[in-house]
Every structure is written in structure tokens, then in C-alpha cells.
Design a protein around this ligand. Structure first.
Ligand code: LHQ
Length: 262
């Protein structure tokens, strides 16, 4: 049996490939378990300074594997809350807690929890042929895996509501236009561009990136006053880093900085 995800580390980038292409990389428990493990490794291993997430085959991720959810007329209802608690919520929490940048290369359709997995990443690139579908309402569910939180924050309530209620396929170019993702790129260039971004981040000021992520995350619930205080405190830490010293020195010497992530 092939592995549900493939993981490789090169030049400071941990690449994770969702690998159930026949099911458009839909989630089963094994894929969840392996993905959690890979993200734990990314958090613990100091040599990993950026993560790149993508899918094998023509899809990125079709969300929950619905073949596992088929039930006969007499079957008792499945506790979907338990499924979220055991698998999807820990995944999204791990991704959001990771203090290293996560680049997502959406290589094809991203549906249901698969779409929201992408939205939980820091920089989302998508192939021009890819589509995002909040497929949940098609089967009587609501956006999960953080979707009901990410969508209104990224694109506003009107668009979030439209995407969730109508569950239409949103083409990558439109996703870029409305601010759902960072950039839509031609299919042939997706992986080169995503790798270049991830490698650039892996050579960057890792500590500074962690502080950027912390500040951006906190802004979702902070008042401006609280955010100004937080920026003061985080900038104090950033200002003590080796990378800040190197950045300023390299600027003065008109050369490219050599950051070590400290
Ligand atoms: C699939 C799937 C799939 C299995 C395509 N499973 N095989 C969380 C917590 C607890 C419970 C419930 O859910 C959740 C979160 C969720 O994610 S709920 C939402 C689950 N996902 C969906 O509802 C999406 C279902 N899939 C689709 O709507 C379409 O397949 C999309 C729009 C993704 C792609 O459409 P097409 O490009 O036309 O491809 P296709 O439909 O022909 O699919 C290709 C194959 O992939 C096909 O298998 P086959 O053997 O016929 O070639 C599909 O059965 C399989 N596949 N999604 N989620």
C-alpha cells in the first residue's frame, strides 16, 4: 500500500505531498495521523525552516473521504463532532501553531476540508486550473476545519456566505482576485514558484517570521491598543536577534544578508 503522504526535507524546506491521488487526496485517518506526525517533525526539527504542502495527481485535497462515510438505511448516525475533535481540529491547530512559514501549492481541486486546509497555510499559491469548493452544504454540512473562521476574515461576510451556501467552484484566478489566496500561477510554473518561495523563506529570518505570524494571528482578536503593545513586545525580541543585526549590517554593506534564523 502506498504511503498516504510523502515527506522530504531539502535545503531547509520540508515538502509534504498528500498522496491518495485516486481519491483526489481525500482524508482518511491514516493520512491524518501521518500529516500530524510530519507537522510535529517540522515544529521540532530546527533544520526545517519552512514547509511546503501540496497534493499528488490532479487534485489537491477533496476533504473527508466520503467512501468511509457511506451508511445503510439502518446505520446509526456518525458523530462528525468526534471526527473533527480527533482529526481535523488537531490538524488545523498544529498548522496554525507552527512558528515556521507554511507555503501551500494548490495543484488542483481543493474541496471541503481540503479547501480549508489550504486556507490555514500562510502563503497559498494555486494552479490556474485549480478550483476551491466549500462543498459542505452539498451534503448538508457547514464549513469546518476553520472554514467558518477563515472565510469571513479573508474575503468578508458577503463572499464567505456565498461560498458556503452556494458551494460553487471558485476558480484560482477569482480566488486571487477576491483575496482568498496569495497568487494564482500557470499550472506549469506552480511547483517551481512554490519551491522558490519556500526556499527563500527557509533562508530567511526564521525568528522574525515566527513573530510576524504571531502578530498577524493575534490581530484577529486584539484591539488596536493591544496590538500596538504586542508589536512593541515582539519587536523588542526581534531587535535582539542575530538576524536583525545581520540584516542591518548587510544593508549597510550593500550585500545580501545571510540569515541563520536566530
Ligand atoms: C472522492 C472524494 C471524496 C472519496 C472525490 N472522498 N472519494 C469533516 C469531518 C467529518 C465529517 C465530514 O466531513 C468533514 C469535512 C469535509 O471535507 S466534508 C466535504 C467532503 N468533500 C466533498 O464533499 C467533496 C466531494 N467531491 C466532489 O465534490 C468532487 O469530487 C470534486 C469537486 C472534489 C472534484 O470533482 P471532479 O473533478 O469532477 O472529480 P470526480 O468527482 O470525478 O472525482 C474523481 C474521483 O475522486 C472519483 O472516484 P472514481 O473512482 O469515480 O474516479 C471520486 O469518487 C473521488 N473522490 N472526492 N471526498
Amino acid at each position: 500500500m502506498s504511503k498516504p503522504i510523502l515527506v522530504a526535507v531539502e535545503a531547509g524546506v520540508q515538502t509534504i505531498i498528500l498522496n491518495r491521488p485516486e481519491q483526489l487526496n481525500a482524508f482518511n485517518p491514516a493520512m491524518h495521523a501521518h500529516l500530524r506526525e510530519a507537522l510535529d517533525d517540522a515544529a521540532d526539527d530546527a533544520s526545517i525552516r519552512a514547509v511546503l504542502l501540496t497534493g499528488a495527481g490532479r487534485g489537491f485535497c477533496a476533504g473527508q473521504d466520503l467512501a468511509e462515510r457511506r451508511f445503510g438505511p439502518d446505520a446509526p448516525p456518525v458523530d462528525l463532532g468526534a471526527s473533527l475533535e480527533q482529526n481535523y481540529n488537531p490538524l488545523v491547530r498544529r498548522l496554525r501553531a507552527l512558528d515556521k512559514p507554511v507555503v501551500c501549492a494548490v495543484n488542483g481541486v481543493a474541496a471541503g476540508a481540503g479547501a480549508n486546509l489550504a486556507l490555514a497555510c500562510d502563503i497559498v499559491l494555486a494552479a490556474r486550473s485549480a478550483v476551491f469548493v466549500q462543498a459542505f452544504s452539498r451534503i448538508g454540512l457547514l464549513p469546518d476545519s476553520g472554514g467558518s473562521w477563515f472565510l469571513p476574515r479573508l474575503v468578508g461576510t458577503a463572499r464567505a456566505m456565498g461560498l458556503a451556501l452556494l458551494a460553487e467552484k471558485l476558480p484560482a484566478a477569482e480566488a486571487e482576485r477576491i483575496g482568498l489566496i496569495w497568487r494564482c500561477v500557470d499550472d506549469a510554473h506552480l511547483m517551481d514558484e512554490a519551491r522558490a518561495i519556500a526556499r527563500g523563506l527557509a533562508e530567511g529570518p526564521t525568528l522574525g517570521y515566527a513573530l510576524i505570524k504571531q502578530a498577524m494571528r493575534a490581530s484577529a482578536t486584539n484591539s488596536l491598543d493591544a496590538q500596538l503593545d504586542l508589536e512593541r513586545d515582539l519587536q523588542r525580541s526581534a531587535g535582539r536577534s542575530e538576524d536583525y543585526r545581520e540584516g542591518v549590517t548587510a544593508f549597510a554593506e550593500k550585500r545580501k544578508p545571510r540569515f541563520h534564523g536566530r
